[in-house]
Ligand binder design. Structure first.
Ligand code: TXA
Ligand code: MG
Length: 348
């Protein structure tokens, strides 16, 4: 399949480009589009055949449900059977934005979208291109992140191009995504609201509005409530070691690892904060990528997937990543890194 990559204005998306995207979606095809978190791979959420193409294009396991994107509350109302007061509060405070709500679904939502679950994941994105596209099509759009399964989520049009060219007819490219990590997935279907995946809206922000908020933290032999969280997600080609703790110690440990790696003829990539970069530079890693300032987790989040993808593109055998402080967006960043590191995570 021939893939077209169209540049589109992120603030005032061109009407004719949105229209072209809507035409493909109405024809039951897939269109990749930017959201404020990461790029999504969209299909008509009410069309089971169109949604099946998403699983095929990504190589996604069938048991992993999709998030449905809406552009207004009345569109959401048609998909959700019972709203809870916690859900209403979330809509008031955080929509449009990087928060996905888990609620009981109506019969309108095809089973393939929820992987047979009774609840649907639903979110109103704030990116003007995403909102414009949903409005133009007139129906909700099911969209997972637009990466091949197992790769980091795409935060640039070029990432989507890499993973999806030849598989879908159209990519709407509006440049870099602002948030850079995926939305927070919050179960508000009843009981204490529970975070199933940390993301763009922080636990602290949710607590301010909802009071008590829990985090689903299944132990090793328990199944997470968001099916997607059981996968390791991104497994880099090279070995990834996550090092966190006091900066002096992190720099020292990374320096040792760079030396050890070089002695074994490995190509070593480093992803670190702005504050550590000049020290690590002296150890001459094969790639040094600055994620952002340790004091601005937002910056780190928006550069994270770009940095990880770069390490694979440049064929690093060993990838050393500096952790950042937990709390706020830092928790979402560390969640992604811990998954990518598997068991190779060191706090020193
Ligand atoms: O920011 C985002 O959320 C992006 C953009 C495109 O909106 N989308 C995204 O989708 O990250 P995806 O498919 O990569 O991740 C969706 C997560 C998965 O962990 C999935 O298991 C969980 O949400 N999920 C989806 N539907 C669910 C449901 N009905 N119940 C529990 N978890 C659900
Ligand atoms: Mg994903």
């Amino acid at each position: 399949m021939l893939t077209k990559r169209s540049s589109i204005d992120r603030v005032r998306p061109e009407a004719e480009i949105l229209k072209e995207g809507a035409e493909w979606l109405k024809a039951g095809e897939l269109v990749a589009f930017p959201t404020e978190t990461v790029y999504g791979l969209g299909a008509n959420a009410l069309d089971a055949f169109a949604c099946a193409k998403i699983f095929e294009a990504k190589g996604r396991p069938q048991d992993n449900p999709l998030i449905v994107h809406v552009c207004n509350r009345s569109m959401a109302n048609r998909l959700v059977k019972d709203w809870t007061s916690a859900a209403d509060l979330c809509v008031q405070h955080f929509w449009p934005g990087p928060l996905t709500l888990i609620l009981p679904k109506t019969a309108l939502v095809p089973d393939i979208v929820t992987a047979g679950l009774e609840n649907v994941a639903i979110r109103m994105p704030s990116h003007p291109v995403a909102l414009g596209l949903i409005k133009e099509t007139g129906f909700p759009i099911a969209a997972p992140s637009a990466n091949l399964s197992g790769k980091p989520s795409p935060t640039r049009g070029s990432h989507v191009w890499r993973d999806m060219k030849g598989k879908i007819p159209l990519i709407l490219d509006a440049g870099a995504c602002e948030v850079g990590v995926e939305s927070t997935v919050l179960d508000v279907s009843g009981g204490v609201p529970t975070i199933l995946r940390p993301g763009g809206i922080t636990k602290e922000q949710l607590e301010e509005v909802l009071g008590e908020v829990r985090v689903d933290a299944p132990s090793e032999n328990q199944i997470p409530r968001a099916p997607g969280m059981k996968y390791r997600h991104y497994a880099p080609q090279g070995e990834l070691i996550l090092v966190s703790g006091l900066r002096e110690r992190v720099v020292q440990r990374m320096g040792q690892e760079i030396q050890k790696g070089h002695a074994r003829l490995k190509r070593v990539g480093v992803l670190c904060t702005f504050e550590s970069a000049s020290f690590l530079h002296n150890w001459t890693p094969d790639l040094l990528f600055v994620l952002g300032s340790k004091d601005r987790p937002q910056e780190v989040a928006s550069n994270l997937f770009e940095g990880l993808r770069l390490c694979d593109d440049r064929r690093m055998d060993l990838i050393l990543v500096e952790g950042i402080e937990e709390g706020g967006l830092g928790s979402a960043v560390m969640n992604r890194l811990e998954k990518a590191a598997g068991k190779r995570s060191q706090h020193i």
